[in-house]
Design a protein around this ligand. Structure first.
Ligand code: NDP
Length: 471
């Protein structure tokens, strides 16, 4: 690839119909029929899937087949099920508005102080990766602080203040679902309009000419309001991920209220998922370099997904355990804990190795040795040639996405904690397997476009994606 050359770079259509040169990464420029069909399928069915799971727990003790059987045999109609579904309430609306406003406040108004006293924690103002248009955004990284303050308040309320019951989230779960949907649709629609009318960075916008694809996958790369309110960082991390651990705590409180004790399975799910969430906030600066922030545009996929899909479907294990208080035998509980911790270790170490390698430009040790790498280059939309390196040591030499393998092991552990009674809590591992396999293929397609022959050399050096010898 020649320096400054743009002849191979795909052209994106701007709203005025003119073709604009783009960098060689980011989401698609043109929509094939399969992508369009998938987008329309998800737009139509994803909200229904979330509703179905939550309703199945509320009305059928988490059985996924019982609602279908009831309808098929005439014991219940869709109208009966809908009539039994709690509607949105003023209380839920107030609670949700308060929750989101509080998170906006913590995000926008409280500069990070954790990095001043926590050794090893990187927070405060940090730079993201270079965008396709060659822009480097600055971010106020203060997610750990927001998480800590929110949870301190939660525990202060539960043990001292008693302003509200810790079961409040469980008790309003379906009314809150409608509020989350309203926010998810509102923010995605706003992001779409903003992309057309007043984008933060016009050079980083992509228009495929297809309304549904643009709405789902987003137009703007890094939409912002003002200098600091970054949609991707806010919606990805909060309100969804800060809420994740609170939702689990509320489910545990409900178990306590209903059965007088909290099961070891509920504790396992709470602990393993809290490690994952805390890891996310501890490494929020690293997160600025992941696919969500570096490559995905902000549309319904991220906006609605973070508001609805994530808090409702990633927490299904805890919800299930409220209805089915599984008590695991000690060997099973220990086995699941071990699987979860080993998965977490692989996930974290793999991500850490890449981060360390990229941060130090290879001047580091991985597994006690100087790392091996493949030198590569790519061109950004401004025509400038950049250099990069692909690590082939450590976990990155075992498989090309071993971080996903660790993530999948951890995900399996959450599901196994729920025992074998029902399929519903296993949704997470099924979904994560599809998500991460698809992500793997999507990322490799993008990297192949970005790095060309250099990527082929990497594939030759590390032939497997997730599991050596298998895939
Ligand atoms: P990665 O962190 O694996 O990032 C992929 C990028 O890393 C590539 O696009 C490429 O970017 C660069 N890269 C690829 N191979 C190498 C290499 N050998 N050496 C150096 N750089 C390389 O992927 P994600 O952002 O998808 O995931 C981050 C973490 O988040 C993962 O652990 C994943 O499991 C987790 N995750 C969890 C989700 C959840 O819902 N729970 C959802 C998504 C992710 P470049 O262009 O910079 O070269």
């Amino acid at each position: 690839m020649a320096s400054k050359s743009q002849h191979n770079a795909p052209k994106a259509k701007s709203p005025n119909g003119k073709a604009a040169p783009q960098g060689q990464w980011g989401r698609a420029w043109e929509v094939d029929w399969f992508s369009l069909a998938s987008v329309i399928f998800l737009l139509l069915f994803a909200p229904f899937i979330v509703y179905y799971f939550i309703m199945a727990c509320d009305q059928y003790s988490c059985s996924l087949t019982a609602p279908v059987l009831d309808i098929a045999t005439g014991r219940a109609s869709l109208a009966d099920i809908w009539a039994k579904t709690p509607p949105v309430t003023a209380k839920a609306a107030q609670l949700y508005a308060l929750w989101v406003s509080f998170q906006v406040l913590l995000y926008s108004w409280l500069p990070d102080f954790c990095h001043r006293f926590l050794p090893g924690y990187v927070g405060g103002v940090q730079e993201g990766a270079i965008t396709p248009a060659g822009i480097v955004n600055k971010y106020e990284v203060n997610g750990l602080q927001a998480w800590l303050i929110t949870h301190l308040l939660w525990f202060a309320n539960a043990y001292l203040l008693s302003w509200f019951s810790p079961t409040i989230i469980f008790d309003n779960w379906i009314p809150l679902l409608w509020c989350a949907n309203i926010l998810g649709y509102a923010v995605s629609t706003f992001a779409m309009i903003k992309g057309y009318l007043f984008p933060t960075s016009a050079e980083d916008c992509k228009f495929t000419g297809n309304f549904f694809y643009n709405y789902m996958m987003g137009i703007e790369f890094n939409p912002r309001i003002g200098k600091w309110f970054d949609f991707k960082l806010f919606f990805n991390g909060r309100p969804g991920i800060v809420a994740w651990t609170l939702i689990n705590l509320s489910f545990a409180a409900k178990q306590q209220e209903l059965y007088g004790h909290v099961t070891n399975s509920m504790i396992l799910v709470n602990v393993l998922q809290a490690i994952y969430v805390l890891d996310f906030f501890w490494n929020e600066t690293w997160y600025l370099k992941t696919i969500d922030i570096c490559h995905d545009h902000f549309g319904w996929y991220l906006g609605w997904g973070d508001c609805v899909w994530l808090p409702y479907l990633y927490t299904l294990q805890g919800l299930y355990l409220v209805y089915h208080p599984v008590q695991l035998s000690t060997p099973n509980a220990l086995g699941i804990l071990l699987l979860g911790l080993v998965g977490y270790y692989i996930f974290r170490m793999t991500n850490h190795q890449k981060d360390l390698f990229r941060r130090t430009d290879g001047r580091c040790l991985i597994w006690g040795k100087k790392p091996k790498a493949i030198e590569c280059s790519y061109t950004s939309a401004d025509g400038l040639k950049h250099h990069s390196k692909l690590l082939v040591s450590g976990f990155w030499g075992v498989a090309r996405h071993f971080n996903y393998t660790g993530d999948l092991m951890g995900s399996l552990a959450y599901c196994l904690a729920c025992g074998g009674g029902h399929l519903l809590p296993y949704f997470y591992i099924i979904y994560m397997t599809i998500l991460l396999t698809h992500r793997c293929l999507r990322d490799e397609h993008r990297c192949a476009n970005k790095y060309g022959r250099d990527w082929e050399r990497y594939i030759a050096a590390v032939p497997y994606r997730l599991l050596p010898g298998i895939f």
